[in-house]
Design a protein around this ligand. Structure first.
Ligand code: FEO
Length: 393
């Protein structure tokens, strides 16, 4: 088993590696994940977060390689979702003297999850717990991404423990960003943001501002999933600032499904028109790509072109499902439009455009629909539409 990693003197990663998790409430995790717990040792000792319940023995044995877990004084619950709090009841049962610490919302959530009569110390933004030689400072992070979410800051070590914030579903033998390929880590961080934090993006800039106002220097960011930002904390903070402001690239995604290849043929012709104008674009077949991977692509593209055949007087189900998922994630500052083939009704195109408008996407053209199979003239119109899309950037 991999040893605990030491972040700084007396601060250790004691979490667990889940190499083979491939699904996380509807999100694909092709690189697995980690559940990060941190041990902070001053004169007293705090454990910040735990792991999924099944990984309790793994966390415990890492702690035991450093100290007797019975000597832990505080268990800080930054977030109650069960990938982090699942081992809290096991820990509290085994070491009943440990003082649990959470926000007001965290206390309510712990009670609703585990139905235990625990005495939990309530903390709010700015509160501190002095361990002796080390001080924990707390910052409520309401709705990032649950009402109970909290960041813990290690004052003397300048380490931020933001739980899900800045995380990545990425299992690696190596604990730190500089020991892994940065491109891979950033790729997973983008997917994580696009699928989990994007709907809450407007809350992020005020929180980053609050952190700045508190005057807390951040030398390291140790999230609850993936690797620790030791060498590139500024890079991930800048990425969060950009993503939460809707900053994206001059890139077009053509996201489609097709019944008899007519909509796929239109998609390729539209892509040709966009390429003619020298604008980067990508074809994404909805049934060949998981929605969580599509969301990562959407995060960094300015224009989303949705293609769907009309079926049963409406949108093709796979495209409709993606639109519902996208609506919940509240995309920022996107442009879009619809296209597709139909047999006799053609209702999918206006329905997609309405869906896009409903989620705040600027519809730049009424779109294009073609009866049955596109002919030469239809394909020329698709190329022209592609050129128009490119010109909108
Ligand atoms: Fe990683 Fe919100 O749990």
């Amino acid at each position: 088993m991999e040893k605990p990693a030491e972040l700084k003197d007396g601060v250790y990663w004691v979490g667990a590696l889940d190499w083979n998790v491939r699904e996380f409430h509807g999100y694909t995790t092709s690189r697995g994940s980690t559940y990060n717990a941190y041990l902070v040792r001053g004169e007293k000792t705090a454990l910040v977060d735990t792991v999924k319940a099944g990984f309790f023995p793994e966390m415990l044995s890492r702690i035991e390689s450093i100290m007797d877990p019975a000597d832990i004084d505080y268990l800080i619950v930054n977030h109650v979702e069960m990938d982090h709090s699942g081992a809290v009841p096991l820990f509290a049962e085994r070491f009943p003297h440990v003082q649990l610490v959470a926000t007001d919302n965290g206390i309510k959530a712990l009670q609703r999850h585990y139905r235990k009569e625990w005495s939990i110390q309530k903390v709010k933004t700015g509160d501190e717990i002095a361990l002796g030689r080390k001080t924990l400072q707390f910052l409520e992070a309401y709705m990032l991404h649950w009402p109970d979410s909290m960041f813990t800051y290690l004052k003397e070590d300048c380490i931020l423990l933001p739980n899900d914030g800045f995380g990545q579903h990425f299992a690696s033998y190596h604990r730190f960003d500089d020991e892994n390929t940065l491109e891979t880590v950033m790729d997973e961080a983008a997917k994580y943001f696009g699928n989990i934090l994007m709907p809450l993006a407007p809350l992020i800039p005020p929180l980053l501002k609050k952190v700045k106002k508190m005057g807390i220097p951040i030398e390291m960011i140790a999230p609850s999933h993936g690797v620790i930002w030791r060498s590139h904390p500024d890079k991930i903070i800048q990425a969060y600032s950009d993503w939460s402001a809707g900053v994206a690239e001059d890139r077009v995604l053509i996201i489609y499904d097709t019944m008899w290849q007519s909509t796929a043929t239109m998609a390729r012709a539209i892509a040709q028109g966009i390429s003619n104008a020298g604008v980067e674009n990508k074809l994404i077949h909805v049934r060949r790509n998981h929605r969580s991977d599509i969301m990562k692509e959407i995060l960094s593209a300015k224009v989303l072109v949705f293609g769907s055949p009309t079926i049963n007087e409406g949108i093709f189900p796979t495209v409709a499902e993606l639109l519902i998922y996208l609506k919940g994630l509240r995309p920022l500052k996107k442009k879009g439009l619809a296209f597709g083939s139909y047999g006799w009704g053609g209702e999918a195109i206006p329905a997609i455009n309405d869906a896009l408008k409903g989620m705040g996407i600027e519809v730049i053209d009424p779109g294009l629909s073609v009866m049955y199979v596109p002919g030469d003239e239809d394909l020329e119109n698709c190329v022209k539409l592609g050129e128009k899309i490119a010109a909108s950037l």
